[in-house]
Design a protein around this ligand. Sequence first.
Ligand code: ADP
Length: 177
Amino acid sequence: MKKVDLNGISVEITKGDIANQPDIDAIVNAANARLQIGGGVAGAIHRAAGPGLEEECRPLAPIKPGKAVITSAHNLPNRFVIHCLGPVYGIDKPSDKLLAECYRNALNLAEEKEISSVAFPAISTGAFGFPFEPATKIALKTVMEETAGLNSLKIVRFVLFSEKDRDIFEKVMDEIT
Ligand code: ADP
């Protein structure tokens, strides 16, 4: 796992499954607007969490692109799930600003709950079609900008699903630090 210290925050990059990060307080869901089980990340998280997660989500839905809500993690090994609705690339505009807003809102929710660690997938880069490298730059730059203002968060982990995606994150991290 690659780790870079940014303003006292450990930013980690690893290949893995977002639904299997037992050492992390809050995992982030690349949710759909209805906060229901779906494909990709939302499918993996809801399957592992069990039906109680969808039930808790129901009164919180729908959410708008860029927004985030927080729930408990049910049968997952974490304390919380932060559900972010990423932009559908080229349809929810401006897509780059909305994607940055997702990461910012998720970090703010984590801080409000005084959480010390959070793990993100690469929001919007699957079904929502955001090109991977531009999405990586937005994710890492937004987290970098926010690190100075974080108090309780000490670990921000990016969990990528393939080696290729992990390598892009590592390359962009090297470029911007
Ligand atoms: P979105 O609808 O926001 O595009 P997806 O869930 O379709 O969200 O995909 C987001 C990213 O997460 C993609 O890069 C996809 O390859 C990756 N991904 C899919 N399943 C998992 C998982 N279980 N853990 C981590 N990343 C995953």
